[in-house]
Design a protein around this ligand. Structure first.
Ligand SMILES: Cc1ncc(COP(=O)(O)O)c(C=O)c1O
Length: 485
């Protein structure tokens, strides 16, 4: 290239990596002027010296140019120059375009593989789409995963449904109070209301984001009948303390395990510690069926009630009524709901569950990479998992405090979208929402820990589907945002 400059850099060296034909420097700048790749180990980056070219104009206008030219006389100086040259151009380029060049990284992208696709097709071909043998198989496999009997498991069509009918099956009655966390998805609180019960909030611990056992005890009244805990982000709640409180006050414990399929606490698997455990297989969860849920209960009779409530209150195994062994009469025993899982959903779940540990391992790696990458950043990272527990690694959250970062959480969210990275907020605290303020008179300030977390939190992609390049791009995006704040 006459008058131009060609730089040779090793691929996957300390200088950077080659991603989709772009050279990505360690500082996070993309170079699309890769002219040649030798054996996949070296790249040549070319920069034109034509003043009319925008890139070249930036170089010529660069006040560091003279010193750079002198350094270029000796071989070591040349190397130093070349690298700093790359970084400078990259930085100018970032400022000029402020646009990432990688495709959008979806938050919570499900990982769908061939076995579940084939199983769904097979289910469709079988003609049995509704609740049937595949649901029974999924329940059986889930019970095995949780090391309990299939008689203690019932598949339903969402975690919201699971929570709702668990509370009915628990024998809770209208007006009874259920203590829960303000740091959760609205479904947790709504299901309490749907069951005709009264939700009472107890604030969370500032570093675990989980319901604080001391706050639970402080919220107990003569009407309290249950505690509904949420293992936030996959980190188990302090179940020893919570179960002790429950025993002392004769309370039912329901575990919202929407984030916590793989989670364990002191050797016990979540969902099997309290009286009921409720799981979600919604599309962003660790095991997915599209929509779907599961109830675990300590007592077999509670599962029988859950199954009945999930299918209009009809007598046990009413789904058999259309089977090939002839029509079976059923009886309606109570006014139930339409919450049953379909075989099409279970067909996905069976194969998702088979990969649950493999995917957990991958998310653990991603979680730890984030922990290492952000340790020196002016953001608050999650605390490490507690000893003798297994974290579910469902969410990776950062807290963005404007005092530290120079930008607000919401500006950070926007900047991440501009960087082509999908993000989430888990969650604005429950009392921030108008409905609950009007219905219960809750104010965010009354639950200060949840309020603070809800106003500062941001969740990063943590899907097992993320590639190493995508993880690098996410880290680089955050570094760029913080560098340019
Ligand atoms: C903590 C929590 N509870 C309950 C639910 C409701 O789950 P589903 O969508 O399966 O009803 C969710 C879903 O996001 C959740 O995150």
């Amino acid at each position: 290239m006459p008058g131009g400059l060609t730089v040779q850099v090793s691929v996957d060296s300390e200088y950077g990596v080659l991603v989709n034909g772009y050279f990505l420097s360690q500082n996070g700048f993309h170079f699309d002027n890769v002219t040649d790749i030798i054996d996949g180990t070296k790249v040549f980056l070319s920069f034109p010296q034509n003043r009319d070219a925008p890139l070249s104009k930036q170089i010529s206008d660069d006040p560091g140019k003279e010193a750079v030219d002198q350094r270029f006389e000796c071989p070591i100086g040349r190397l130093v120059f070349l690298f700093s040259f790359i970084l400078k151009i990259g930085r100018l380029r970032y400022i000029m375009t402020n646009k990432s060049q990688h495709p959008f990284i979806v938050f919570g992208a499900p990982q769908i593989k061939t076995p579940e696709i084939e199983e769904v097709i097979e289910t469709l071909k079988s003609g049995w789409l509704g609740t049937g043998p595949k649901v029974a198989r999924f329940e059986h496999n889930f019970a095995r995963y949780k090391n309990i009997s299939p008689a203690n498991v019932a598949a339903v069509n969402s975690c919201t449904a699971a929570l709702h009918i668990s509370m009915i099956a628990a024998g809770l009655e209208p007006g009874d109070e259920v203590i829960t966390t303000p740091m959760t998805f609205c479904a947790t609180v709504n299901s309490i209301i749907h069951a005709g019960l009264t939700p009472v909030l107890a604030d969370v611990h500032p570093s675990t984001f989980n319901i604080n056992p001391e706050a639970i005890e402080a919220a107990i009244t003569s009407r309290t009948r249950a505690i509904l805990v949420v293992h936030f982000a996959g980190r188990p709640c302090e179940m020893d303390k919570i179960m002790t409180i429950a025993k002392q006050y004769n309370l039912c414990v329901i575990e919202d395990c929407a984030h916590a399929i793989e989670t364990e606490y002191h050797g016990e698997k979540t969902g099997t510690i309290g009286n009921f455990g409720c799981f979600s297989f919604y599309v962003t969860k660790n095991v997915i069926t599209g929509e779907g849920g599961m109830v675990l209960a300590q007592q077999e009779q509670d599962i029988n009630r859950v199954k009945r409530l999930a299918l209009h209150g009809m007598s046990k195994d009413a789904w058999h009524r259309f089977g090939d062994s002839g029509f079976k009469h059923y009886q309606v025993m109570e006014c139930g709901f339409k919450y049953n899982m379909m075989d099409i959903q279970a067909a996905i779940g069976i194969h998702q569950l088979a990969r649950v540990d493999e995917n957990w391992q991958r998310r653990k790696v991603i979680w730890n990479r984030y922990q290492e990458a952000f340790a020196e950043f002016p953001v608050v990272c999650p605390i490490d998992p507690a000893p003798n527990t297994r974290h579910g690694y469902h969410l990776y959250t950062l807290l963005i405090d404007k005092q530290q970062t120079g930008i607000t959480r919401d500006e950070f969210l926007d900047a991440m979208t501009k960087e082509n990275v999908g993000v989430g907020v888990h969650y604005l605290s429950i009392p921030e929402h108008p409905f609950y303020q009007q219905k219960f008179g809750w104010k965010p300030e009354d639950y200060p820990q949840a309020m603070k977390i809800g106003r500062q939190t941001i969740s990063l992609p943590l899907s097992a589907k993320l590639t190493d390049d995508e993880i690098k791009n996410i880290v680089l995006a955050i570094r760029s945002i913080l560098d340019h704040r």
